[in-house]
Ligand binder design. Structure first.
Ligand code: SF4
Length: 266
C-alpha cells in the first residue's frame, strides 16, 4: 500500500468510531492522520490505516465497486458506501466515520445485520408461482410461456419492477430512516421495496402471502414518509415510492372490502 502513495506533504484526518463490545464500556473516536491521496476512496484510506497504523481496525468490504453492498458506513453524518466515497470530496476538512445507525455494533464499523436479513426473508422475496400460491386461480395475467415452460416477459412488464430489483442490500436506507430508530420492529425500506418488487412481477402470484407483513402496523403503516431512504440509496431504488404505493393499495383494498365482501364473509 505504501508503494502506491505518491510523495506529498498533505494529510487528512479521519476520526473513526472504535468499539469492541466485549472489552469497551462505550464507543470512542480514534483519530488517524493519513497521507492525502486524491484518488483514494475511503476504503483505500481504511486499508492504509489497517496495514500501516492499526491492524485491529474492523470494517466490511468486498467488491470495491458498489455492487456487493458490504461497506456501508456513516460518513460525516450521511450513510454512504466507503468504496464510492472519495477523500477529495472532503479534503482539507476531516472525515468522521461511524458504523451504520440503527444496528447493533459488532466491532468498530461492523454491524450485526441478522435482523435485517430476517426482515428481507419475511416478505418472501422469490417468485411464488400460481401452482404454489394459496389461491389456486392466478389473480394476475401471467406472461406467455415458451414450449419449454419459460416465461416470456416483455420489456414493459420488466420495467414495472426493475428499479426495485437493483437493491444490493447495503442497509444505508435503514441507517437513514428515523422510524427505524423509533420502532425497531419496522420491516423497513429495503424489505418493503423487495416485497413490492415481487408483487409487481407478473410471473408472481404471491401478493396475498405478502400482505400480512407489508400491510402490518410494523409494515408500510409504520413509515412516516420522510423519504431519506430513497435519497441515500446508491442504486437509485426508491423504497419510499414502494411504501407509498402499498399504502395506496392497502387503503383501496380496505375500501373495496366494504363494497365487495369476500366469498364466505357475512
Ligand atoms: S434500497 Fe438502496 S439503500 Fe436500501 S438496502 Fe437496497 S440498495 Fe441499499
Amino acid at each position: 500500500m505504501t508503494d502506491m502513495i505518491k510523495t506529498n506533504d498533505r494529510t487528512i484526518t479521519l476520526e473513526i468510531l472504535r468499539y469492541n463490545p466485549e472489552s469497551d464500556e462505550a464507543p470512542t473516536f480514534g483519530t488517524f492522520e493519513i497521507p492525502y491521496v486524491e484518488d483514494w476512496s475511503l476504503l483505500d484510506a481504511l486499508e492504509y490505516i489497517k496495514d500501516e497504523m492499526d491492524s485491529s481496525l474492523s470494517y466490511r468490504w468486498s467488491c470495491r465497486m458498489a455492487v456487493c453492498g458490504s461497506c456501508g458506513m456513516v460518513i460525516n453524518g450521511k450513510p454512504q458506501l466507503g468504496c464510492e466515497t472519495f477523500l477529495r470530496s472532503y479534503y482539507p476538512e476531516k472525515m468522521r466515520i461511524e458504523p451504520l445507525a440503527n444496528f447493533p455494533i459488532e466491532r468498530d464499523l461492523v454491524v450485526d445485520s441478522s435482523d435485517f436479513i430476517k426482515k428481507l426473508e419475511s416478505v418472501k422475496p422469490y417468485i411464488i408461482d400460481a401452482v404454489d400460491a394459496t389461491k389456486a386461480a392466478p389473480k394476475k395475467k401471467q406472461p406467455e410461456k415458451t414450449s419449454t415452460g419459460v416465461y416470456k416477459q416483455k420489456p414493459a412488464e420488466l420495467g414495472l419492477y426493475k428499479q426495485f430489483s437493483m437493491c444490493i442490500n447495503c442497509m444505508l436506507c435503514y441507517s437513514a430512516c428515523p422510524q427505524m430508530g423509533l420502532n425497531p420492529l419496522f420491516t423497513g425500506p429495503a424489505a418493503l421495496a423487495l416485497g413490492h418488487r415481487y408483487n409487481l412481477d407478473n410471473r408472481d402470484q404471491g401478493a396475498d402471502e405478502r400482505t400480512e407483513v407489508i400491510q402490518d402496523k410494523n409494515g408500510v403503516w409504520s413509515c412516516t414518509f420522510v423519504g431519506y431512504c430513497s435519497e441515500v440509496c446508491p442504486k437509485n431504488v426508491d423504497p419510499a415510492a414502494a411504501i407509498n404505493q402499498n399504502k395506496a393499495q392497502g387503503a383501496q383494498d380496505w375500501a373495496l372490502s366494504f363494497l365487495m365482501p369476500r366469498k364466505g364473509d357475512k
